[in-house]
Design a protein. Sequence first.
Length: 362
Amino acid sequence: MKQRLDGISNIQITFLISSAITGVTVLSLPRIASEAAGTDGVFVILIAGIVSSSILVLIALLANRFPKDTIIEYSSKIITPLPGKAAGVGLFIYLLGVSGTVLRNFADVIKGFILRQTPLEIIMILFAFTVLYMVLKGILTISKMCELFEPMVIGALGLLIILSFKNFNIENLYPLFEKGVNPYLRGTLDLLPVFLGYEILLFVFPFARNKSNVLKYSLFGFLMPLLMFVTLTFVAIGVYGADATGRSLYPTLQLAKYIVFPGAFAERFDIFFMIFWIFASFTTMSIYYYLASLSITRVFGLKNYKPFAVLMLPFVFMIGILPQNILQILDFSEYISLIGLGVLVFSMILLAISFILRKKGG
């Protein structure tokens, strides 16, 4: 396979992980945290991030046991071929579902805030074909694109956070720890899906150039969105309060609209921010769409993923167009997140079985 000759560099692993996590979630993140735990949402999202980083370490440990294989191949080795193939199909459905969800969320935001008169289907088709073009270039090109775009996305988020402190009111963060432990336990479970994206390591590990450092650089890639998510939620609640943040569909975008530059040389900071959010959405869908085409290719034991990438496009479009309103979109996104958590549980089961087999000499 040509793409494995050079491999993905350590820094590209970092930005692949960061890009997969950031994605479209960043617009609604403060709302999710506020709904889950109110003013304690900042602390809950930090706890969820720590738990997720621990799972990332276990995933890296599992992938390191099979450095030349993706999870599609080594699941068949660990739990025998037939169940392994069935699990591979399940992983493919998850990756395809994420691609369709990102596509629909992207189109809804663009139509709602920028291209109000453009049909939703046109936005989805144009974005899907752009992603397809990138996917056909391969994982190395996607990695380089993440390396180029993700620092700009993180920079735009950092600028948004800094400028929003002008409207910050510390009293909006009170009261803290009012509802006891239960919101923390329930909120942590609700916020674990926010950090999904690091599971791509189960697929991209074989492409890494220096496999001994993958864990360290993956953690770097996880740390960047974690810090941004915690700070962004802190600022959003500080500006609007937990109740108002929880009622806003896209509180991050509302923060951007609330910013006014001195001298009014750029009255629409939200448009500036949206440019970089489009970059984030593009890289996220490119990653998941590539992995979906790669996974189904590996399930059938083939090498060329490109025909599947082309054939999958109508199905991704149908997944994206099926929800009829925002409530259905949110419900569908929640179902996909639950499948994503199932992928993590499945990988932990594989890790446990591999340990048992090694002790038995298998």
